[in-house]
Design a binder for this molecule. Structure first.
Ligand code: PHE
Length: 447
């Protein structure tokens, strides 16, 4: 395995690209809304410091230290304990499962981008009155369709495949180097617009003043789950990316930088969303995931001047965020298959992408009329979403912590992080605190 990132900026751009995604844009504002504004933010920051950065550092140690893909990393470090590879295999499976539904959503972002540019998104739906009902009807009609969502999903899949085939430096790194600055510029532009709206100060008051009465044990669980999802932990994406880190990359510093940037994007999203929903009288709307992005925000854009411009730029931002995340998910399986079966990069990518044509189609169609794709009333799409976030990712992080703390030699960790106070603190967290806490999340989530 010889692929490496070409520059420090490139490796940070790619890793931040993996972390910044739908988790920041559509999960974070909803969590803040439901969990007491800044009270959630504070707990979330605590989770990133206490658990996110240590677990990310361990993924980096495993990846860079072994120089191998997410599965073989385990057998490289402890060749006499081959069973631990199962954690890596779980990661590959998780990546596949997440990709199957995430690709569908990334297809929607492309569709909404195109419809914003052409203006079709803002044409009235016949027979339905009221802005809210208009956009809600549009979205449900759209996602329940057959060929239209499938086409955009497959276009995004093909775009991912094209970049993955180009490899680490020429594909992932080059694209991230271009897209991440675009994403930050767009975010800052939206911040400026949102903060100059008349309701900005009320929105900020909600976002930045903590309501501790809303805090329950579930708040902590949600914050930790959100931190793991948003930082791309628990499924080998960062093990794979860090196997491309050069030997001199400082791992703890990189984990801190990536986590801080990911947190910053979530924070900026808060600065964008809350002033906007307050100004346009939509603060009591459900900001959860798809309804925020595909219903509430178009409603806001419709009331602004230059509707199509802002709408197009926003869906471009979302598309960029989703794209760099799906690249990292695809890379987990591609790197594994390439090394395991000694395939060329192109063949390995095809082996990963071809089954996804069917899997993503199943996820998309399960939202529409194909009832055989639902089990007990839950669509295949939601099953994948819940199974990965609530079970597979926490299990992956738990396995990794136990492996790092109790199975891999302590020296391996120390050598990769250069000994010192912070390194030994992180090691202790990984060995004792993190596994207990993750188990707690899992038990509470399954309750
Ligand atoms: N971190 C990404 C997001 O916030 C999602 C993701 C999870 C990407 C796991 C890769 C691996 O949307």
């Amino acid at each position: 395995m010889t692929a490496k990132f070409g520059s420090r900026i490139g490796l940070i751009a790619a890793t931040v690209g993996s972390a910044v995604g739908l988790g920041n844009v559509w999960r974070f504002p909803a969590e803040v809304q439901q969990n007491g504004g800044a009270a959630f933010l504070l707990i979330y920051i605590g989770c990133i410091l206490l658990f996110g950065i240590p677990v990310m550092t361990s993924e980096f140690v495993l990846g860079r230290g072994s120089g191998a893909n997410a599965v073989d990393a385990f057998s490289k470090v402890t060749p006499n304990r081959p069973r631990w590879r199962l954690i890596g295999l779980l990661g590959v499976l998780s990546a596949y499962a997440i990709l199957s539904f995430y690709m569908v959503v990334s297809g929607w972002t492309l569709e909404y981008f195109i419809e914003s540019v052409t203006g079709a998104l803002y044409e009235p739906v016949p027979g339905i009155s009221g802005e809210d009902a208009q956009f809600a009807a549009k979205m449900s009609q759209y996602v329940q369709g057959t060929w239209s969502p499938l086409t955009v999903t497959w276009i995004m899949l093909a775009a991912n495949a094209g970049i993955l085939m180009l490899g680490v430096q020429k594909g992932i790194e080059r694209v991230s180097n271009v897209l991440m600055p675009v994403l930050f510029v767009l975010l800052l532009a939206f911040c400026a617009v949102s903060l100059s709206l008349p309701g900005a100060s009320d929105g900020l008051k909600f976002f930045l003043s903590p309501d501790f009465s809303k805090i329950t044990p579930a708040t902590f669980i949600n914050a930790l789950g959100q931190a793991f999802f948003s930082l791309s932990l628990g499924m080998g994406a960062l093990v794979t990316y860090s196997s491309y880190f050069p030997a001199k990359t400082p791992l703890i510093k990189t984990a801190v930088t990536v986590s801080a940037l990911d947190l910053m994007v979530a924070f900026l999203m808060g600065l964008i969303i809350f002033p906007a929903v307050t100004t346009f009288g939509l603060a009591d709307h459900d900001l959860a995931g798809s309804s925020l992005v595909f219903i509430t925000l178009p409603e806001i854009f419709a009331q602004m001047s230059a509707t199509r411009l802002w709408s197009s730029l926003f869906f471009l931002l979302l598309m960029v965020a989703a794209f760099t995340s799906t690249l990292s998910l695809g890379e987990v399986a591609t790197a594994y298959i390439q090394e395991r079966f000694r395939l060329s990069r192109v063949k390995a990518t095809l082996a990963v992408v071809l089954p996804l044509i069917a899997l993503s189609a199943a996820a998309s169609l399960s939202l529409g009329g194909v009832s055989s794709l639902s089990v007990l009333g839950t669509s295949f799409f939601d099953i994948l979403d819940n199974a990965t976030t609530n079970i597979m990712l926490p299990l992956g992080s738990l396995g990794l912590c136990i492996y790092m703390g109790w199975v891999a030699p302590k020296k391996f960790f120390q050598n990769q992080t250069s000994r010192g106070f912070v390194s030994s603190l992180i090691y202790r967290i990984i060995k004792y605190f993190a596994p207990i806490l993750i188990l707690l999340i899992m038990i509470c989530n399954l309750w």
